[in-house]
Design a protein around this ligand. Structure first.
Ligand code: AMP
Ligand code: ZN
Ligand code: ZN
Length: 430
């Protein structure tokens, strides 16, 4: 029955037929009243992102703690990433409820023609500069309403978005052991109530790292899954022992696909950096026209490329369709067919060196492709006092997590987001 409620709401939401009918199914309070209601006593929320945890890994690798967590709580068939299925756009979508073309982190790397600058995930000053970020991250929303928040790494949490950071936060450092992150989270939950954060975000990158280096089906990736799972077992035990009403959401930003060794397309053979700025993200390259050339002149030679890829003008690009006016998308976009990947000569050389070093037969994993591609799908598991028990739900888009987090924290859902509270409403206890 619960599954049926959930499916009906999901369908209604997709087709834009909302509150009136949903009211018939759930009855009770109007949406607005319900959004503002909060739990007494207030509940806690941990949002953990396991980067690159593909939707199939629980079944494929049977990590005991994650499998148990998923079976006892709410588990989606898969979590559908927003386009493009890359780390930065999707983490920021999860914490803002907005599509990348609306929250403005349109890819891991992009150019902003108005600023005349690139944003790159390895550029610390850009990553920490709140002026690159739009939307209302959940910790900003929480802090503005008097809820203390904390983050042991999460995209956007190091930046002063609207001048606000989580009360407790760290600059990203991939080398910090995951156990240290967990112990700090437990330390935060052990603080006196007036200092204790009620909203905590955290992040593990190891499974994405292994998936890239060896592909999703490799033993090394399985080992990374099992190793994170064993740490989660430790974490769950600690959480149970403190007897706080903690809701725990585990998500991933995207999945992972094998890229056959001969499926790399060398972009140096046809891209002309005199004509445009290039932000190549592998599964998608954004080209931003320079003043010296017209779009027709730039596109002409690109249309002649004899490779498995498509060339689009921004206005005709089938993705990012909620806001194609966003100039960070690029005037021209190259998108390889799945699973081909765009790489320049430097990247290809590095791949060859890495292949020798890793002994992976040249088989790497990648993501960033069309979000409809099942290999790109991630996970959503949730457990805690606010969530129904043992509930399986169909796949849904990651924009819809944010309204649920607002509800758990007793925050109003901001206007203008893309996520819809009705889609996941049925996973919460009344
Ligand atoms: P991707 O290229 O999309 O696979 O990005 C994954 C990489 O993003 C991981 O290797 C992480 O180390 C890195 N990453 C995750 N969060 C951050 C952050 N806040 N700042 C910089 N890099 C990050
Ligand atoms: Zn990622
Ligand atoms: Zn990755």
């Amino acid at each position: 029955m619960e599954m049926i409620h959930f499916m009906i709401n999901n369908l209604l939401s997709r087709f834009g037929i909302l509150s009136g009918l949903a009211f018939l199914f759930f009855g009770g309070l109007s949406c607005n009243q319900e959004h503002q209601a909060s739990y007494h006593p207030p509940q806690y929320l941990i949002l953990l992102s396991i980067d690159g945890y593909k939707h199939s890994y629980n079944e494929q690798y049977q990590p005991p703690n994650l499998v148990r967590f998923a079976s006892e709580g709410v588990a989606a068939q898969a979590l559908i990433p927003s386009f493009p299925s890359k780390t930065f756009p999707n983490h920021y979508t999860i914490v803002t409820g907005m599509y990348p073309e609306n929250h403005n982190l349109v890819n891991n790397t992009f150019y902003d023609p108005e600023r005349g600058e690139f944003y790159r995930i390895r550029d610390r000053s850009a990553v920490q500069d709140g002026s690159w970020y739009s939307g209302n991250p959940i910790w900003v929303h929480a802090e503005k309403h008097g809820i203390t928040s904390a983050s042991y790494f999460f995209v956007g949490s190091e930046a002063d978005v609207q001048g606000v950071r989580p009360t407790y936060h760290y600059d990203y450092d991939a080398s910090v052991p995951n156990k240290e992150r967990i112990d700090q989270v437990m330390g935060w939950l052990d603080l006196p109530e007036q200092d204790r954060p009620r909203m905590i975000t955290m992040y593990f990158s190891d499974i994405d790292d292994a998936g890239h280096a060896f592909g999703p089906d490799a033993t090394q990736t399985k080992n990374a899954v099992l190793s994170i799972d064993s740490l989660l077992g430790y974490f769950f035990e600690k959480l149970e022992a403190i007897h706080l009403p903690v809701n725990f959401i585990i998500v991933s930003d995207h999945g992972m696909a094998n890229i056959p060794t001969d499926h790399y397309i060398n972009t140096d053979e046809f891209l002309n950096p005199d004509h445009y700025h290039v932000a190549n993200n592998g599964a998608l390259a954004h080209l931003y026209l320079k003043d010296s050339i017209t779009i027709e002149e730039a596109v002409g030679p690109l249309n002649e490329i004899d490779q498995p890829l498509k060339v689009y003008l921004r206005k005709d690009f089938p993705h990012y369709h909620r806001n194609r006016d966003n100039p960070r998308i690029g005037d021209i976009i190259l998108m390889p067919e799945f699973p081909y990947y765009l790489a320049d000569s430097r990247r290809l050389t590095r791949n060859r060196q890495m292949a020798t070093l890793l002994n992976n037969d040249g088989l790497f994993g990648e993501h960033g492709f069309d979000s409809a591609e099942p290999d790109m799908h991630g996970v959503f598991f949730a457990k805690g006092p606010a969530f129904k028990n043992a509930l399986r739900i169909e796949s849904f888009e990651n924009i819809h997590i944010y309204p649920i987090m607002c509800r758990i924290l007793g925050l109003e859902i901001p206007e203008g987001i893309d996520g819809d509270y009705e889609v996941l409403r049925g996973i919460l206890k009344d």
